[in-house]
Write a protein that binds this ligand. Structure first.
Ligand SMILES: [Zn+2]
Length: 344
């Protein structure tokens, strides 16, 4: 949080019905002034209609929900998985959480909870990524999982589409299997095929064949790149047809690539807290969100794995305002990008 200069200046008063209400003091002192601005900004962010394009269902599971899904686990062992020192350790923890989704109903619970959180934040549209690779690896019935999550999303105020993805470090053969699972549900809620995981151990070029087939079968394409790997991995992702880049922040190291992204209108799904927590950037101050935005790159803000990164989508907008000085107009542009670059 950027607000540290003491508590908000609140006044107590009675409204017409005599109910005690709290109001923010208009008094504008040096420290309080910033806080009043941020309180107003938070309200503005809350009211903004938002879209979430980069969120992993398995990574959206809160500790309490995981305990409900897997009651044999202790709170301590669950909480320990939401802390990690490196990107590799984070991936392991993500896999550990995903492994506990042993029934289609567990995926349904996760979906309902995620959508409840989104509704609270005025998220109106979401493309939720589900790891087809992990479902395949667990030997689960993909059709049953698909039906469970589709059913769970019915009636939500959030319009939902699904991205099924492959785990790139597991190799090309398994990626083909994951793609088959995704393509079988194209036109039935699954709009895109993605690949995530450890980019350093699954160079994008190896996946060109799978990706080409996914596209031929009507799926849109999204790829994690330029997160912990360098700008060259973003070039590779573009080369094999990625239409959006998950993270892509290290594109900032290559001026030619930045121009290419701007000219082609390829958006970056930027997840600031994720990048700070996994160590993809050294610190918040080093994050290139502002640089990329100012260079004209289409940026969409996302939460990635919200409880694992101790964030929410709304919080990511607050970070843009507090840490990178985004004003209301710029925040509105980020929110609009969420709808503009949707695959829907
Ligand atoms: Zn991700």
């Amino acid at each position: 949080m950027g607000c540290t200069g003491g508590g908000l200046d609140l006044m107590r008063s009675q409204d017409a019905e005599g109910v005690m209400v709290m109001a923010i003091d208009d008094g504008f002192d040096v420290n309080g002034g910033h806080q009043v601005i941020m309180a107003t900004m938070r309200e503005y962010i809350q009211r903004l209609e938002k879209a979430e394009l980069h969120v992993h269902l398995e990574g959206s599971i809160e500790p309490g929900t995981l305990l409900e899904i897997a009651p044999s686990l202790s709170r301590e062992e669950v909480m320990a998985r939401y802390e990690y020192a490196t990107f590799g350790e984070f991936l392991k923890n993500f896999g550990w959480v995903a492994r506990h989704l042993s029934e289609p109903e567990h995926y349904a619970i996760a979906t309902r909870r995620l959508l409840e959180r989104m509704e609270e934040q005025n998220v109106r549209y979401a493309e939720i990524t589900l790891s087809a690779g992990v479902i395949r690896w667990k030997g689960q019935d993909a059709g049953a999982v698909h039906q469970a999550v589709r059913e769970a999303a019915k009636g939500s105020a959030v319009r939902v589409q699904w991205i099924w993805d492959a785990v790139r470090q597991w190799g090309v053969e398994r990626a083909w299997e994951a793609m088959e699972l995704a393509a079988a549900r194209g036109g039935d809620g699954v709009i895109a095929f993605g690949w995530g995981g450890d980019a350093a151990n699954g160079p994008a070029r190896e996946f060109a064949g799978v990706l080409g087939e996914a596209r031929a079968r009507g799926l849109r394409l999204v790829c994690h790149a330029g997160e912990v790997t360098n700008a060259a991995s973003v070039w590779e992702a573009l080369e094999i047809g990625a239409e959006r880049i998950g993270h892509g922040i290290r594109a900032v190291e290559d001026g030619g690539l930045v121009r290419e992204l701007v000219e082609r209108g390829v958006p970056l799904e930027v997840c600031v807290s994720s990048n700070v927590r996994t160590g993809a950037v050294g610190s918040m101050a080093e994050h290139p969100l502002r640089k990329l935005f100012d260079a004209g790159v289409a940026v969409v803000l996302n939460s990635d794995d919200p409880p694992m990164f101790h964030t929410t989508l709304g919080r990511e907008y607050e970070i843009a305002a507090e840490e990178f000085g985004f004003d209301e107009e710029e925040l509105a542009e980020l929110a609009e990008n969420g709808f503009r670059y949707a695959f829907d």
